[in-house]
Design a protein around this ligand. Structure first.
Ligand code: CTP
Length: 404
């Protein structure tokens, strides 16, 4: 599954370094070429010979220990990588990577790398929650670095909590998914995505809207194109430009969005309703700018149609995904929405959580189907959330229903 792929594995100095040996073995078994770089501290925990034997390659520790005079090792290693993986990653390497420091073999190679960088942290629960470490992780996430969340449990330091290196099997499965997802899996499918917030006019110069940036929906549209689909993006006003290859249908109000979506329902296989649709609109739109008069003013609002609910009623073959942005009791509210609106998936996010929600580049979501939770995704870029969501949906689409 990983034949032809080179993974440069950075092993840092933590007790979880021993798990990196299993990781090396599993990656090699999956067909990958694994080139290991150890930090000086990692060598205190596991001998380089362990990794050399498992990877069948020389292990790099010292930047200046150039074994092959014909190449500069850290540049050569960086160039050879299809993926740079740091596992276990300490708070120290995360900090160095965030700051762009290069003071040893691993950090210098990371600076020279153009391949995707993945980080699997492992550390004490309080170190992981330290604001400086959190800030560095956020910086890296915004830069496109992908994190494999540590698990919760008994830590070697005696504490129980979050900080345990993700299991090697889990890391290998994510890597395999990453490389196999490069194969288009929505070839011949028509995908309709809604994004952004709707704008509900009060008068010619005023309106009601919400905080939606459109980033999640735009990321889904871009990812669906990458996976081979024909994509229609029905979007409320946003500051974003339409991803390449997408047919953009700009709309303003919930009523416009309803019309744009329902008129295209029959011709699409996968409908993803990431838009934040206004639940209410002004009962009437004033033709002229409303002049101020008395000290108080009442604006009468009427309910907008629930577009997702209508799709849920009208759908025939379509796979329908709704979103649920909540501030409390996420599981319960998301499952309620899924049933009420007859969706196939609901993507729930707790918008009160750090790293989740409207304006940022990251999200923390839980994906549900009618049986309950399908997958809980750790904090990651909206592009990664989009990819995983589409992978899960692609697996559920009826094999015969795409265009030939
Ligand atoms: N949605 C929609 N039309 C509406 C309102 C919402 O299509 N008029 C869709 C959104 O695009 C999203 C999902 O419904 O996919 C959830 O939106 P939300 O506003 O959270 O749902 P509500 O049913 O309005 O939930 P609540 O009861 O919390 O107001």
């Amino acid at each position: 599954m990983l034949q032809g792929k080179t993974i440069v594995l950075g092993v840092c100095g933590g007790i979880a370094a021993y798990k990196a040996a299993t990781l090396t073995s599993k990656l090699t078994q999956a067909g990958a070429t694994v080139r290991v770089i150890m930090t000086e501290s990692a060598v205190q925990f596991v001998a380089p010979l362990t990794f050399q034997t498992l990877s069948r390659h020389h292990v790099f520790v010292d930047t200046f220990d150039e074994k092959d005079a014909s190449v500069v090792s850290h540049i050569n290693l960086a160039d050879s990588a299809d993926l740079m993986l740091i596992a276990p990653a300490t708070a120290n390497i995360i900090g160095k990577l965030a700051l762009g420091l290069g003071d040893d073999m691993l950090s210098t190679t990371l600076l020279a790398a153009t391949a995707p960088i993945w980080v699997a942290p492992a550390m004490n629960v309080h170190m992981y929650a330290n604001p400086a470490v959190m800030h560095n992780m956020q910086t890296l996430l915004n830069r496109g670095v992908r994190f494999i969340e540590p698990g919760e449990g008994q830590l070697a330091c005696g504490y129980v909590g979050k900080g345990r290196l993700a299991e090697p099997e889990e890391i290998v499965a994510a890597i395999v998914r990453h490389f196999t997802a490069e194969v288009p899996r929505l070839e011949g499918r028509r995908v309709l995505v809604t994004a952004g917030g709707t704008v509900e006019r009060i008068d010619p110069v005023r309106y009601i809207t919400n905080d939606s940036s459109g980033k999640m929906g735009y990321a889904i549209a871009a990812e669906a194109v990458r996976m081979g689909a024909k994509v229609t993006l029905v979007s409320g006003p946003t500051a974003l430009s339409a991803p390449e290859g997408v047919e953009l249908i700009p709309v303003q109000s919930a009523l416009d969005m309803r019309e744009a979506v329902l008129s295209r329902l029959d011709t699409h296989d996968l409908i993803i309703k990431a838009a934040a649709v206004a639940d209410y609109r002004p009962a009437s739109i004033a033709k002229q700018k409303i002049k101020k008069k008395s000290d108080a003013m009442t604006l009468e609002l009427v309910k907008n149609p629930d577009i997702l609910q209508e799709i849920g009623t009208l759908k025939t073959h379509q796979f329908v995904i709704g979103f649920a942005a909540e501030t409390e009791r996420l599981d319960e509210h998301a499952m309620d929405k899924l049933k009420r609106k007859n969706c196939d998936f609901v993507v729930g996010n707790d918008v009160s959580q750090a790293g989740a929600g409207f304006s940022g580049d990251t999200n923390v979501v839980r994906i549900y189907d009618s049986n309950g939770l399908v997958e809980a995704l750790p904090i990651q870029s909206k592009n990664d959330v989009a990819r995983r969501l589409l992978e899960l949906a692609a697996d559920r689409l009826h094999p015969d229903e795409g265009e030939s």
